[in-house]
Design a protein around this ligand. Sequence first.
Ligand code: AMP
Ligand code: MG
Length: 356
Amino acid sequence: MTWPSVKGTIILKAGSPNEEDSALQYAAEILKSGGIVAFPTETVYGLGANALDAEAVEGIFKVKMRPFDNPLIVHVTGMEQAEELVRFSPQEAAVLAGHFWPGPLTLIFPKKELVPDITTAGLSSVAVRVPAHPLALKLISRAGIPLAAPSANLSGRPSPTTADHVLEDMAGRIDAVLDGGACSVGVESTVLSLLSGPPALLRPGGVTLEMLEAVLQKKILDLTAGRGEDFKGVPPSPGMKYRHYAPRAPLYLVEGEGASQKQQLVALSESFTLQGRRLGLIIFEESEGVFPAPVVKVLSSRKDPRLAAERLFAVLRSMDSLEVEVIVAEGLEEKEMGRAVMNRLRKAATKVIRVE
Ligand code: AMP
Ligand code: MG
């Protein structure tokens, strides 16, 4: 089978069952020999390498230009493979895994020696999850190794939700991308720590706080409310302190609700337009027509934050290709999936404006 490539990065398209089999075999061989392959998960595309091979993992940090103090999530096929990596697994982990794996929930466990320090950025804990995408699961079992896989974007850029997004950032930097179409969840996994004290939410994602509390029948500590820079001292999860997901143009996020939020959206949009800057608006259906900007992207209805999450990163990336010079985005209520959407928007924002 011959595969197309861009700048030396091979595109493994898994169309027919035959093609899928060859694509998986090719990708698995690269991974087993220490290479890097981007692959689809239900959340975003991951940049995969052998989690137990320090050199391969170092390659991930280098091609992503990711700070070495930001640990990676290790992707496995199930609890059995997870247990090979962790020193112990609390009862709550079994309950959560039973409910949400495969799925967008990452759990933090104390790690075994076997997991190299570089994978966990020197922490004594390791983040593990089982992705729900069939190609991701097949790839991990075909390679027979756990895969460290951060999102397959250059550090700081919006996460990729299609193979084309991966190529925008990674063509010529990685061995191959396994193309499995668009990701369905659209934002990264929820990260939950069960290490000590009450369960702590370190990143909101596809499994919501409300879903976790319903299953565990207890309150979860939400450590994600701030932007990260607000943490005094060491943030509970290293990734929290970095600006993320940013399009090239500065993004102004208007938080709040109702008439005053809309007034602020219009006032900002007007002032940027008067300055002669090409404006991009990111809004919800309920605000359609609020201001005649040259670029307007509607995420979803305010009532459907899951759809907003699915579309968010593609919309942020489209602001680059549409060459907007400044972005005004409308905030959403912070509950259920709205929490994950707002977390990503805040991290993408240059400035957050809160109206009451
Ligand atoms: P990404 O690879 O971009 O999806 O980011 C992974 C996220 O998981 C980052 O926010 C990390 O800081 C977090 N993470 C990974 N491992 C750990 C760990 N052992 N303890 C706390 N947070 C972690
Ligand atoms: Mg990322």
